[in-house]
Design a protein around this ligand. Structure first.
Ligand SMILES: *[C@@H]1O[C@H](CO)[C@@H](O)[C@H](O)[C@H]1NC(C)=O
Ligand SMILES: *[C@@H]1O[C@H](CO)[C@@H](O)[C@H](O)[C@H]1NC(C)=O
Ligand SMILES: *[C@@H]1O[C@H](CO)[C@@H](O)[C@H](O)[C@H]1NC(C)=O
Ligand SMILES: *[C@@H]1O[C@H](CO)[C@@H](O)[C@H](O)[C@H]1NC(C)=O
Ligand SMILES: *[C@@H]1O[C@H](CO)[C@@H](O)[C@H](O)[C@H]1NC(C)=O
Length: 426
């Protein structure tokens, strides 16, 4: 074995020895398409139905209360709050939530009078009050956590999980605004204040890792680069996991950006959302090298290509903590989302809201293992071993409908990022 190889092995061994990493298996949920209501000549009906579904999320289990009741939640780096439904919520039953949490003192749960809510851009939302309850993950020691107990659910049909866990930088409803993972670190449950995601293409291979990084998921464990989080000086929910993008490149073109052009690495966004003008420029370029088919869903435009087409890479350049520019390139096998025999470009244009101009969602996160570090307030990225060939290739009798489902769900999901902007607070 060469020197570099041994050094890498040694580093891996040291890493394992010095930091305990906790792996939480997460599942990739694929939309459940209800067959019979689809008519090929009635796309609008399909759209109306599917816009209510929030799909393609990655979810895993947490344990709540002294009784350690298990709930399956979506893990969302784009928001802060943990929410589950309460027993008394009749709209939650209507929206298909199956497991509610019954907050009572015997289970270690205290209700507060603080209202809380989360609103999605598509008009859906959850409303209720904050409880304080022990929350654990992967059998670790629990920490007291703020929990939004939902009393009213609006348009969340088809969410498929029991709720959502925000994994933001801060959590305003917790004491000292400390977020869940950072709390586990502060109480000594984990040895490094960070978490990371490995998002695979298969339905069962993905992982949320608490307290470190799973080196076996990195294409090259020596190549992980950290990027500073852009700090807004406020240690509350308004601080996000935002990084600056220096440029976006494709073909021979490169669009330069400034530190005002913020991207969020967001597990709650299924696609990749790009500032509209750059998106249009990119699509224009793709049209010059391949044949693109337009698919409208509502006001949002998506494009598909003939499956088997290879398109040029889409590259994001970010400056690391040492001032070195790092290129993160998405091959088309990563940004094309295959559904049956239709291959959609999994990137959409987005209008500029404040400074957030890019949502590097699951399409990006499958290519790069992403590390969220509370101690250094930085974000690590490293090429993943995820393989597009592992994507489940379900025989699609209803491929057109599924395709529309895909596009739409994503519009809804993209809304998750705006949760904290709209969250009401007392
Ligand atoms: C879709 O149709 C198939 C076969 O007709 C059936 O087995 C399946 O349960 C249906 N799925 C839904 C969600 O209705
Ligand atoms: C989707 O939501 C709209 C608006 O709330 C509602 O009118 C429609 O019935 C819903 N469709 C389904 C299939 O749930
Ligand atoms: C709930 O309140 C009791 C009594 O004030 C307190 O001892 C307990 O620590 C609280 N539990 C949580 C999870 O905040
Ligand atoms: C965060 O704190 C600042 C300053 O205290 C306040 O102006 C802002 O509204 C807060 N943001 C949120 C989302 O609560
Ligand atoms: C990174 O991408 C830019 C823009 O395409 C290119 O000019 C530069 O050479 C690339 N750097 C590396 C190290 O590949």
């Amino acid at each position: 074995m060469n020197k570099t190889g041994s050094l890498i092995l040694l580093l891996i061994a040291l890493n394992i020895a010095t930091s305990q990493i906790i792996t939480i298996p997460i599942e990739k949920r694929v939309p459940e398409v209800e067959n019979n209501s689809f008519l090929d000549d009635n796309e609008q009906a399909a759209i109306d139905q599917l816009i209510n579904h929030s799909q393609f999320m990655y979810s895993g289990n947490i344990e709540v209360g002294n009784s350690k009741q298990t709930f399956n939640v979506d893990f969302d780096t784009g928001s802060n709050l943990l929410w589950l439904t309460s027993k008394s919520c009749s709209t939650c039953h209507q929206d298909g939530f199956k497991n509610s949490y019954d907050c009572n003192v015997a289970d270690g749960c205290n209700m507060t009078t603080t209202p809380g809510s989360v609103s999605y851009v598509d008009g859906s939302g959850v409303f209720g009050h904050i409880a304080k309850v022990p929350v654990a993950i992967a059998g670790l020691a629990p920490s007291t956590q703020a929990l939004l107990l939902v009393e009213k659910s609006v348009k969340n049909k088809g969410l498929q999980s029991d709720g959502l866990m925000g994994l933001g930088v801060y959590d305003e409803h917790n004491s000292n605004n400390v977020a869940f993972v950072n709390q586990l670190f502060k109480q000594g449950t984990i040895s490094k204040s960070q978490f990371s995601f490995y998002l695979g293409f298969g339905e069962k291979e993905s992982e949320l890792i608490i307290g470190g990084v799973d080196n076996s998921k990195l294409a090259n464990p020596s190549e992980i680069y950290y990027h500073p989080i852009i700090l807004n000086g406020q240690q509350n929910d308004s601080q996000r996991w935002s990084v600056a993008i220096k440029s976006v490149s494709f073909g021979g073109q490169s669009v330069s950006l400034t530190s005002q052009n913020v991207a969020i690495v967001d597990s709650g966004t299924s696609l990749l959302v790009m500032r509209n003008d750059i998106y249009k420029q990119w699509i224009q370029y793709l049209k010059s090298v391949a044949s693109l088919k337009t698919i409208m869903s509502g006001l949002t435009v998506f494009y598909s290509v003939k499956c088997g087409t290879t398109l040029p890479d889409l590259t994001f350049t970010l400056t690391d903590v040492n001032g070195v520019d790092r290129n993160y390139s998405l091959p088309s096998s990563f940004y094309l989302v295959k559904n049956g025999n239709i291959c959609i470009i999994g990137v959409q244009g987005g209008s500029v809201t404040n400074d957030v101009q890019f949502l590097l969602g699951d399409v990006f996160m499958r290519r790069f293992v992403s590390v969220f570090d509370y101690t250094t307030l930085s974000m690590g990225l490293s090429q993943s071993v995820a393989n597009p060939a592992n994507a489940p290739n379900k025989a699609q009798k209803h491929s057109i409908e599924s395709t529309i489902a895909l596009g739409l769900a994503l519009v809804a999901i993209a809304g998750l990022i705006f949760l904290t902007i709209r969250a009401l607070r007392k």
